[in-house]
Design a protein around this ligand. Structure first.
Ligand code: NDP
Length: 419
């Protein structure tokens, strides 16, 4: 018997909410709150009569901590599920602290305005000291650890697929398959085709910022940073086939370097088609990926926000996207004194997701782990005071829940390694 306050009602939220409604014995009540309330009302209307979960809706600006506090006090949820944007992570954590309520999200904090001088000074110091220059990192949210512990509440960070399930895969490998892990390669392959020359599979602003940033990986105890898209490999993915993939910076590398400290190298690769890369490079070259406002005919506009209004809404890609995703991890290391390699991954079919929840597989592979993570917290399998990433928690019940709710694992005991 639990009530969850869901913040945000976009692509990922829509899947997470529908999946919560499939487990209405735990998720007895949901309050859907977002900036645009009509989206919450539409989803609530779609689910009416199809679930035992009681659904209400509200309007909230999650950038305004006082509005969120007022909403939490009115709704009295057991958990705040942040499936809005990473920009809102800190205000929502502040509101949860003020109200003594557990918190979770799907991506780590980054600021909306990367030109803010106060944020930039801290960011530039971190770039120099840590050695990677992505806008997002865990330091902001890890700084809440003591306050969450003292308040006796939990924050579960980045519980989507990657980060999220990929960290559970690593925790599982460490718990069951290896005595020591030497290398980890996380591979995110989207073999889906939506028929557009250019579109992003989730929030365009967050997505384009991520892939246009320099790549980096963890090796021998420090970060190695390389120019964006400069390390390319080809890999033959189960049920998808051969795809080009590129090394990216990704948030789970940062937490895994701490939870699996013996790992000599941790890398993250994502597949991209040539058309996507060509469009992205042109847009970047002409300044359309910039977050700095420019004056246009008397108005201030942020180029990347304007671009977002031109691009297809990721939520609209569902009916058009055909093909499969294959996301997982390949490990090398030692077990009982012998060299070992091993891989674990999930294959997800875009059209099957669309038939089930009306979304493509990127929203699905994120929304299902969000729901399963909430399930772990609400059923006390993971719940403890403090701030945690998924690799710090028991992977077994979470992977069992993923198997049950639509993202079953596949195992490969002799995987092809990435050069
Ligand atoms: P969308 O852009 O589709 O949805 C975002 C939602 O948040 C919208 O409903 C939006 O409202 C709402 N929102 C934005 N700002 C505010 C605000 N200030 N107050 C209240 N609501 C707000 O994003 P996605 O669903 O694609 O992504 C959701 C999250 O999941 C993001 O953090 C993303 O980074 C993360 N993600 C994580 C992945 C993983 O594997 N870990 C993979 C993919 C995404 P409105 O409708 O008014 O715009």
């Amino acid at each position: 018997m639990s009530k969850v306050l869901v913040i945000g009602c976009g692509g990922v939220a829509s899947v997470a909410i529908q999946k919560c409604c499939q487990a209405s014995e735990v998720f007895t009540e949901l309050c859907l709150a977002s900036r645009t309330r009509s989206k919450c009302d539409e989803l609530a209307a779609k689910l009416k009569g199809k679930t035992a979960t009681k659904i209400t809706t509200a309007q909230v600006d999650a950038d305004d901590v006082n509005q969120v506090i007022a909403l939490i006090r009115a709704e009295k949820p057991d958990l705040v599920m942040n499936v809005a944007l990473p920009y809102q992570d800190l205000t929502l954590m502040d509101a949860c602290l003020a109200c003594g309520v557990d918190y979770m999200d799907a991506a780590n904090y980054e600021p909306e305005d990367t030109d803010d001088p106060k944020w930039r000074a801290i960011y530039e110091k971190r770039c120099r000291e840590a050695g990677f220059s992505a806008y997002f990192d865990y330091s902001w949210q890890w700084a809440y650890r003591k306050r969450f512990e003292d308040a006796g509440i939990m924050a579960l960070l980045g519980c989507g697929f990657d980060p999220g399930v990929t960290q559970a895969y690593c925790a599982y490998a460490k718990k069951h398959e290896f005595d020591t892990i030497d290398t980890i390669d996380i591979l995110d392959c989207n073999g889906g085709d939506h028929g557009y020359a250019f579109a992003t599979n989730f929030n365009p602003e967050v997505n384009l910022r991520e892939v246009s940033a320099p790549g980096s990986y963890w090796e021998n105890g420090h970060w190695v940073e390389v120019p964006a898209m400069s390390i390319k490999r080809e890999y033959d993915f189960d049920q998808v086939g051969k795809k080009d993939m590129y090394l990216l910076h990704h948030e789970e590398i940062e937490s895994l370097a701490q939870t699996i400290p013996e790992a000599r190298r941790i890398r993250f690769f994502m597949t991209f088609g040539q058309s996507y890369l060509d469009h992205m490079r042109c847009l970047e070259d002409v300044g359309m990926l910039s977050t700095t406002p420019v004056e246009f005919e008397g108005h201030q506009i942020v180029p990347i926000k304007f671009l977002k209004t031109l691009l297809p809404d990721p939520a609209s890609l569902g009916p058009r996207t055909k093909g499969k995703t294959n996301i997982g991890c390949i490990f090398t290391g030692k077990k009982a004194g012998r060299d070992k390699k091993w891989a674990i991954y999930n294959v997800c079919d875009h059209q099957a997701c669309y038939r089930e929840v009306g979304s493509q597989a990127i929203s699905y592979t994120t929304g299902v782990p969000v729901m399963c993570g909430a399930l772990m917290v609400l059923t006390d399998k993971w719940r403890r005071p403090g701030v945690f990433t998924v690799d710090e928690l028991d992977p077994d019940p979470f992977l069992d829940a993923l198997d049950k709710y639509g993202l079953p694992r596949s195992i490969e005991s002799d995987p092809v390694l990435v050069p």
